[in-house]
Design a binder for this molecule. Structure first.
Ligand SMILES: Nc1ncnc2c1ncn2[C@@H]1O[C@H](COP(=O)(O)OP(=O)(O)O)[C@@H](O)[C@H]1O
Ligand SMILES: [Mg+2]
Length: 326
């Protein structure tokens, strides 16, 4: 599988100021994150709220400027682009958010919401409307929905409009950031299935971000686990869920027990306890060490790097390295 996106060592630190405007320090929201996305593959990104998932998504789109790193889309570094070439890349990468109103306008009809970006790109009114109907059909909305205002739709239907809006410009990559998190479980399942169908129909590559492990497991070929801005583990979905290597991944799995009773993953590992430390002042060495049941003194002193633990599978844990090299 060819890679469509290759991200290298991307990072972002936000300066945080006090009410009086003094710089209090930096929040290292994303720290040296690297990954690749295969053409027509799905990468799941998981981690607790505050781990840097949304910041990472925004960095890829250059909605936020990274401090460092590369975002190579089809061999070109997006960070070097400007003007028309940046606009073209942004068209190829579309986002779907948790709150559909992040991308749809409550004052425009459903049809116009989908047709709008086509008009804005110079497509005739008539053609734009025709295409918009086709995309509404593709996401399971009928002509009767087309003339309604978004406010009169259900949450699931509104999210379908946001998806149609993202797809109408024919992107190659869709980044879904907690796209089903606000929906009821049964509606969630329908929208996840819709994503699966659309992925095939439009040959999309997906980045599927969620704090919900089950959602990520269902959707992804590859999974990347983040903790306080860093990637702690990544690999094929089956490996991450059946042979998790990092104590954080194990704790996450133990906190969200699988419906499959005999899965090895959660066995033995204690569930996640305590709160995420302040990102303004993250723990030295391994950022997970303050919540890790296995942490030793060394974990406070050395920063673990990602190390191979299986085929295509890497984890960043000093103790793991010890047991592998012992
Ligand atoms: N614009 C910003 N200014 C300052 N801090 C920010 C900003 N955006 C995000 N952060 C901080 O960066 C960290 C990561 O946030 P975010 O990417 O939203 O995490 P997630 O999507 O995983 O919940 C959090 O500590 C958050 O408070
Ligand atoms: Mg988020």
């Amino acid at each position: 599988m060819d890679n469509i996106l290759e991200v290298k060592d991307i990072g972002k630190t936000f300066q945080v100021r006090s009410l009086l405007g003094r710089v209090k320090g930096g929040v290292s929201a994303v720290d040296r994150v690297s990954f690749s996305l295969g053409a027509q593959g799905t990468l799941g990104i998981v981690g607790e709220s505050g781990c840097g998932k949304s910041t990472l998504a925004r960095l890829l789109m250059r909605l936020i400027e990274p401090d460092a790193g590369e975002v190579n889309y089809r061999g070109r570094n997006v960070l070097d682009l400007s003007g028309a070439s940046l606009k073209e890349v942004r068209r190829q990468l579309q986002m779907v958010f948790q709150n559909p109103y992040s991308s749809i306008d409550p004052k425009m009809s459903v049809l116009n919401n989908v047709a709008f970006s086509l008009w804005a790109n110079g497509v005739s009114r008539q053609q734009a409307r025709k295409t918009a109907y086709e995309y509404l059909d593709a996401v399971g909305l009928s002509r009767t929905h087309a003339d309604r205002m978004p406010g009169s739709l259900s949450g699931g239907q509104r999210q379908r409009v946001a998806i149609a809006r993202a797809l109408v410009l024919k992107p190659e990559i869709v980044i879904a950031d907690e796209a089903v998190s606000a929906l009821d479980k049964s509606v969630q399942a329908q929208v996840l299935n819709l994503f699966q169908d659309l992925k095939k129909e439009f040959a999309l590559s997906l980045i599927f971000i969620s704090h919900d492990l089950h959602v990520v497991e269902y959707m992804s070929d590859e999974v990347m686990v983040m903790y306080l801005g860093r990637v702690v583990e990544k690999g094929p979905t089956e490996r991450i869920f059946n042979h998790p290597a990092h104590p954080y991944t194990r704790a996450l799995l133990a906190s969200a027990p699988s419906l499959e009773v005999d899965r090895a993953a959660g066995s033995g590992a204690p569930a996640l306890s305590g709160d995420l430390p302040s990102p303004l002042n993250p723990p030295s060495g391994c950022r997970f060490r303050t919540r890790c049941p296995m942490a030793t003194e060394r974990c406070a002193m050395e920063t673990p790097e990602l190390t191979a633990v299986g085929p295509g599978h890497q984890a960043a844990c000093l103790l793991l390295k010890e047991s592998l090299t012992a």
